[in-house]
Design a protein around this ligand. Structure first.
Ligand SMILES: [Ca+2]
Ligand SMILES: [Ca+2]
Length: 197
């Protein structure tokens, strides 16, 4: 009586499939076996592992299908094993690492005091030529007419929350065409949770 796939074996001729191979438990069904699981020798082809098993043991959290070496997404909370290493590479990669680098405006009007942050009235915010988002914080020098952001000292850790400057949006008050009118630049910043994987 030969054994169906998934049954323990020692030699190939014991199995219906004539294949006896090493497998690891894959409890969450993501195709990757538990790195802590003992290797089992079961009837089954390596190309079609028995149900619930994998040919590898690369899964760092076999109770969470999101955690596996193919994971490219980032997550704002730890996985079911209370870990952040969703892609199982042994390191923690934060999702957003850049600090706010300021906005670049080509048309600086008289009275502008800071071409990078937009601080200072009389600033022509037309024609933003460069912007990249990043972690930022309100400048201590910001006044009630503007939101001036500077780069944060360091990106927040996994799951932590901080302000993330997401846009440089130009004028306030409708002064769209000329210098000489009191205006200020607008920034968009959102409270953002740092994802990791
Ligand atoms: Ca798994
Ligand atoms: Ca990782």
């Amino acid at each position: 009586m030969k054994k169906p796939d998934g049954q323990p074996c020692v030699l190939a001729h014991e199995c219906n499939s004539s294949a006896c191979n090493p497998f690891y438990r894959d409890a969450d069904g993501d195709g990757y076996g538990d790195r802590l699981a003992a290797k089992m020798t079961l009837c089954g082809l390596v190309t079609t592992p028995p149900s619930g098993y994998s040919t590898n043991n690369l899964d760092f959290c076999d109770s969470d299908a999101r955690t596996n070496p193919a994971q490219t997404g980032f997550f704002p909370n730890p996985d079911n094993c209370n870990q952040w290493d969703y892609n199982c590479d042994g390191t923690l990669e934060p999702q957003y690492t850049a600090g706010f680098a300021g906005c670049t405006f080509p048309n600086v009007c008289a009275g502008a005091t800071n071409a990078s942050t937009g601080a200072g009235l009389g600033f022509d915010c037309m024609g933003i030529t460069a912007f990249s988002p990043g972690w930022g914080m309100l400048s201590p020098a910001a006044n009630s007419n503007q939101a001036a952001y500077v780069a944060a000292p360091a990106p927040p850790g996994c799951g932590q929350v901080a302000l993330y400057v997401s846009s440089c949006s130009g004028l306030s008050g409708g002064q769209a065409t000329a210098c000489g009118t009191a205006t200020y630049c607008l920034f968009g910043a959102n409270t953002t949770q740092q994802g990791c994987h």
